[in-house]
Design a protein around this ligand. Structure first.
Ligand code: SAM
Length: 221
């Protein structure tokens, strides 16, 4: 359990201007994003832009997502506090920390070891002890820990990965960007209800590619 955070005026301003003024109405998501110190998750040279309204490079061609996109995807998960959540694409670990505030436990998978190691260090320093991390191809999910109440993918997939749908619990929600990573993508919300799977298309978005067996080939970039 993370100790209570000190007030963070930059995070408060970010939530007010970028989330409250848009369509982020979930009070728990707003509170989590006020509490998580986003500046710790960006490289030291980019700390001055940590709370800005855009993604920030974290190295290896990857980014920490725009705060609004983190909030929008997290809000779409409809977390109430008791869920087991799978995240694909740990990246900086920022969204992992936000999720850890809002659910029972998070399993997060990152394919680039250097990013996974850095995220693990920061999450441990913050005292996030309800997070498990793995370095692997997350497009295959985390079968040993399935089923999950919620799954979020923070990289664009060519289509909804079948292994992730099969690891979604009943009444579960999967949120991910789908589409060609070189162009625009759409946020897609997949629900499993009484065994039936429904797919809803949401807003346009732009993410780095999900690379793996149920994603894009590594040679595609
Ligand atoms: N939510 C993250 C954050 O807050 O920093 C942003 C993650 S970044 C947009 C997407 C991440 O997905 C990258 O770190 C990338 O290496 C990772 N990724 C891409 N394909 C993956 C795969 N098959 N399995 C696991 N991670 C993958």
């Amino acid at each position: 359990m993370r100790p209570p955070a000190a007030r963070n005026p930059e995070a408060e301003r970010m939530v007010h201007l970028q989330l409250e003024q848009r369509d982020i109405t979930d009070q728990r998501v707003r509170a989590a994003m006020r509490a998580v110190p986003r500046h710790l998750f960006v490289p030291p040279g980019s700390r001055s832009s940590a709370y800005d309204d855009h993604p920030v490079s974290i190295g290896r061609g990857q980014t920490i997502s725009q705060p609004y996109m983190v909030a929008l995807m997290t809000q779409a998960l409809e977390l109430r506090g008791r869920e087991r959540v799978l995240e694909i694409g740990t990246g900086s670990g920022y969204q992992t920390a936000v999720l850890a505030e809002l659910c029972a436990a998070v399993w997060s998978v990152e394919r680039i070891p250097e990013l996974a190691e850095r995220a693990a260090r920061i999450l441990a320093e913050l005292g996030d002890d309800n997070v498990a991390l793995r370095t692997a191809d997350g497009s295959a999910g985390w079968p040993e820990e399935a089923p999950f109440d919620r799954i979020v993918v923070t990289a664009a997939a060519p289509s909804v990965p079948a292994p992730l749908v099969s690891q979604l619990a009943d009444n579960g929600v999967l949120v991910l960007p789908v589409g060609d990573w070189r162009r625009a993508q759409e946020l897609v919300i997949v629900r499993r209800t009484a065994g039936a799977v429904s797919v809803e298309r949401s807003v346009g978005c732009r993410f780095v590619p999900l690379i793996g067996s149920a994603g894009f080939p590594d040679t595609d970039r």
